[in-house]
Write a new protein. Structure first.
Length: 240
């Protein structure tokens, strides 16, 4: 196919076998793995990155997971469903799925991203899963996209239901800050009240000396997570 070598086609065929889905349009599959850094370095091939696919995949994923949770857990209130969905579709969860599927080895990256470890970067791998989901949706429709998503998210959904997962606000905050500049994050305990067996810790989070948010919890780790969550809210990176 245009702009694809025999070696690349062989790689994609192997991936299709692993995915248990055969694409009608192999260019859609290939595009899901084209990071913007690669496209920017390979201008002569006139290709598109996976960013638009990632945008679409985000919405498809939300519909699929929302529909699954709504129908599977009929007695759960809206608030609990929302929290579950947030955990399941968060960046760290999607990246773990990409790692389990070994999708990173198929990525087409620019030299800079390759050199700095982009092939295993959480944000890139999370976006990759969403882009791949969108390519399945465009190629085979919503039902195929649903089957693909749920087949690979089952263990994440089960872990979320068993309370083994939570939204890692600290990682999310660090990745958001790194998009624009070098993150120099510092968590400071500002107070610890109560008896030793039941202390409440208060923590403030700073980046380059600037106060971003604050939070409290029954442990330093919990308070740090809450302060990171507050910082993300202040930055407009998450809803209340």
């Amino acid at each position: 196919m245009k702009n694809m070598t025999d070696k690349r086609l062989d790689q994609l065929k192997k991936l299709e076998t692993e995915m248990m889905y055969c694409f009608n349009d192999k260019t859609l599959l290939n595009r899901a793995f084209m990071h913007s850094s690669y496209v920017n370095e390979q201008k002569h091939i006139n290709a598109k990155s996976n960013e638009r696919l990632e945008f679409l995949g985000d919405s498809v994923l939300s519909v699929v997971v929302s529909d699954y949770l709504f129908n599977k857990f009929k007695d759960l209130p809206e608030g609990d469903l929302t929290k579950l969905r947030a955990i399941i579709v968060c960046e760290s969860s999607l990246a773990s799925v990409s790692r389990k599927m070994n999708l990173g080895k198929y990525l087409l990256l620019g030299k800079g991203e390759e050199y700095t470890g982009g092939r295993d970067r959480t944000s890139i791998l999370a976006d990759l899963f969403e882009a791949l989901l969108a390519s399945v949706y465009l190629d085979g429709g919503l039902q195929n996209a649903r089957e693909f998503a749920l087949a690979n998210l089952t263990y994440v959904i089960n872990d979320a239901l068993e309370g083994k997962l939570f939204w890692d606000y600290k990682t999310h905050l660090q990745e958001c800050l790194q998009k624009n500049s070098i993150a120099e994050i510092d968590y400071k305990v500002t107070n610890a009240e109560g008896p030793d067996h039941s202390k409440i810790f208060s923590v403030e989070v700073y980046n380059k000396g600037e106060l971003l948010g604050s939070g409290s919890g029954k442990s330093k780790k919990e308070a740090e997570q809450e302060s990171a969550k507050d910082a993300l809210k202040q930055m407009g990176e998450m809803n209340e």
